[in-house]
Design a protein around this ligand. Sequence first.
Ligand SMILES: NC(=O)c1ccc[n+]([C@@H]2O[C@H](COP(=O)([O-])OP(=O)(O)OC[C@H]3O[C@@H](n4cnc5c(N)ncnc54)[C@H](OP(=O)(O)O)[C@@H]3O)[C@@H](O)[C@H]2O)c1
Length: 341
Amino acid sequence: MASRPLSLAILGATGAVGRTVLQVLEDRDTPVKSLKLLASERSQGTVLEFKGEELPVEPLKPGVFQGCDVAIFSAGSAVSREWAPKAWAEGCAVVDNSSAFRADPEVPLVVPEVNPEALAGFRAKGLVANPNCAVTPLLVALQPLHRAAGIERLVVSTYQSVSGAGQKAVEQLEGEAHALMNGAEPDAPHQIPYRIAFNLVPQIGAFVEGGETEEERSIAAESRRILGAPGLRVSATAVRVPIFYGHSWSVNLATGRKLSAGEARELLKQAPGVKLVDDLKERIYPMPLLAVNDDAVLVGRVREDASQEHGLALFVVADNLRKGAATNAVQLAELLGEKYL
Ligand SMILES: NC(=O)c1ccc[n+]([C@@H]2O[C@H](COP(=O)([O-])OP(=O)(O)OC[C@H]3O[C@@H](n4cnc5c(N)ncnc54)[C@H](OP(=O)(O)O)[C@@H]3O)[C@@H](O)[C@H]2O)c1
C-alpha cells in the first residue's frame, strides 16, 4: 500500500540528520503534502531547499505541530523529551531519532525490515523511536541469520564515523586534519573527547557501571529488544574512527544450529535492505567508501569461525546518516502513513 501524501515536520532540519532526512525524502520520492522545517532560534533566517523550492526554517513554538501528520525529531534528547508529548497533543505523531525514548517499553523501537509489526504500539504515546545508528544497520544484516538459525551470542566491534556525533564532530575532524597536514597545532577537541584525526577513541557515550559505555549498553539492549531475543548474549566495543561518513561493524556470532558460510551468503543475498558485497577473488568487500549515500547495508567477508561451535564472522558497513538515522526514520513515517494514520 502506498503512503498517502503526508504533512510532515522535520525538527532539527539544519543538523546532520535533519539535512539527510530532506535528501532521503527527495530520493525516495516520499509523497509529501506539506513540509515544515524547524530548528533552534540560532537558525532564524536560514533557508533550506527541498525539490527545488526554498523553505524557511522556523523556531519551535506552541501550536507549530498543528496540521502535521508526522514530525521527524533530530534535535537531541532534551528537546525530544519536552516537545514529543506537545506534538502528540497537537495531533502529530513523532518519529524520534534521539535516545530519549529508546528504552521506554511503551514506545516501539522499530527497524522496518526486522520488526515492523511493533509500530502498531505507537499510539500509546504518539511516538516511535528510531534505534541507535550503531544498531539499525547491524540488525538489518543479522535478521536473516537470526531467523534461519537463532543467534545465541554476538561479539561486535564498531568503527563509527565522526558524523555519528553530529555536525560539530565533522568540523572537529576537518579542523584537526587540516591543521596537522599544515604543520600547525590543532585546536583543543570540542566534540569528541580526544583528537580524532589520525587517532581512534574507544569511548562513545559515558561509562556505566562495569566499564561499558552507554553506546555499548544500548547496542546490546536494543539488539535484544528489536530481534525479540531477550536471552541473546552480547559483547560490544564501540570505537570512534577518523572517517567522516559510514559506520562499520566487525561481527562474530554463534547460532543455535550450524549455518555454513554459503548458506549465510544465500540468506543475505535475499534479505531486504542488504547488499552482499563479498567476492574475495576480486577483492570486493564492504568499505565506508562504497556505502556513503547508499540506503543499503553492505555485508561481506562472510566466513565460518572455527574457534567456536556454529560460529560465523562477517563485516558490515552502512551510511550512518542514511539507514542509521534518516532513511529508517523516513521509512517509519511512510509506514505510519500507509497503515496507521
Ligand atoms: N548523526 C547521526 O549519525 C545520528 C544517528 C542517529 C541518531 N542521531 C540523533 O539525532 C539527533 C540529531 O543529531 P545530529 O547528528 O543531526 O546533530 P546536529 O548536527 O548537532 O544537529 C542538531 C539539530 O538540532 C537542532 N537543535 C538543537 N537544539 C535545539 C533546540 N533547543 N530547539 C530546536 N532545535 C534544536 C539544531 O538546530 P540549530 O542548527 O538551530 O542549532 C540542529 O538542527 C541527536 O539526538 C542524535 O543523537 C544522530
